[in-house]
Design a protein around this ligand. Structure first.
Ligand code: GTB
Length: 217
C-alpha cells in the first residue's frame, strides 16, 4: 500500500531538516518503507482539501490506504507499530520506548520550542534580553536530567528505537544554540542519530526538495 506524507513546498529553514516531515521520513527510512511526498504551500495547507487531513492546517500528514493521520508523534508511533525496526518485541521494553517518545514531545520539546520563539519572534521586544536567559535555563532544566539518564550509553534504553528517533529529532533544534556543548554526551548522542544512514537519507530527501534538486518531490 502506498504511503504518502505531506511536507512544505518550501521549508522556512531552507532544508536544515527542522520541519517535522523529517521525523516521519526518518521513521520510514528506518523501517525501509518507500513513500511518496505531496508538497503543500502555506496557502494550500489552510484549504479544505488539506484541512480534511489535518484539522490545524499543518504538515506532516500520513496517508496509507484508507488511513489518514496527523501529528508527528502519532504518525511515528503508527509506523513503529506497523513495521519492524523501531520498537522492541518485549512488551515492557516497548512501553519504555513509547514513554521516551512522549518524554521527547511533551517534556523536552516544549522549552526548546519556547527558546526558538524567544529568539526568532521576540528578539525585538524590550524584555527579550532579560527573558532569554530564563528560557535557556528552562531548556537546561530538561537537558541535565536527560544527560544524567543517558550517561555513557549510546541510546536511551538499549538498542536504537522510536524513543531515540524522537529525542534526537527534538534535540536537533538546539544544534545552532550552543547549549548542547554544555552536555557533551547529548551532543554525541545527537551526532550518533545524525550519522544513521536512515537519517541521512531522510535529511537528503528533504534537502533536495528545498534546494530544488528533487526529481519526485
Ligand atoms: N504537533 C504537530 C506535529 O507534531 O505534527 C505540529 C506540526 C507543525 O508544527 N507543523 C508545522 C507547520 O505545518 C511545520 S513543522 N506549520 C505551518 C502552520 O502552522 O501554518 C514546525 C517547523 C516549521 C518550520 C521550521 N523551520 O523553518 O525551522 C521548523 C519547524
Amino acid at each position: 500500500m502506498t504511503i504518502t506524507i505531506t511536507a512544505f513546498e518550501r521549508s522556512p529553514d531552507g532544508g536544515k531538516g527542522l520541519a517535522r516531515d523529517t521525523r516521519v521520513r526518518w521513521a520510514l527510512e528506518e523501517v525501509s518503507q518507500p513513500y511518496a511526498v505531496r508538497l503543500v504551500s502555506f496557502r494550500a495547507m489552510k484549504e479544505p482539501a488539506h484541512l480534511a487531513l489535518h484539522p490545524f492546517g499543518q504538515i506532516p500528514t500520513y496517508e496509507e490506504g484508507d488511513l489518514a493521520l496527523f501529528e508527528t508523534g502519532s504518525i511515528v508511533l503508527h509506523i513503529a507499530e506497523r513495521y519492524a525496526g523501531l520498537l522492541p518485541h518485549d512488551a515492557n521494553a516497548r512501553a519504555r520506548a513509547i514513554t521516551w517518545m512522549f518524554a521527547a514531545l511533551s517534556t523536552v520539546e516544549p522549552p526548546i520550542l519556547e527558546l526558538g520563539s524567544a529568539k526568532l519572534l521576540e528578539s525585538d521586544k524590550p524584555w527579550n534580553e532579560e527573558r532569554l536567559p530564563l528560557v535557556e535555563d528552562r531548556v537546561r532544566g530538561r537537558l541535565r536530567p536527560l544527560s544524567d539518564r543517558l550517561g555513557d550509553a549510546h541510546w536511551l534504553d538499549g538498542a536504537f528505537g522510536a524513543g531515540d528517533l524522537m529525542m534526537v529529532s527534538v534535540l536537533l533544534r538546539l544544534k545552532s544554540s550552543g547549549i548542547l556543548d554544555e552536555f557533551p554526551n547529548l551532543a554525541a548522542y545527537l551526532a550518533r542519530g545524525e550519522a544513521r544512514p536512515a537519517y541521512k537519507r531522510a535529511f537528503d530527501a528533504q534537502l533536495a526538495v528545498n534546494t530544488g534538486k528533487s526529481r519526485a518531490g
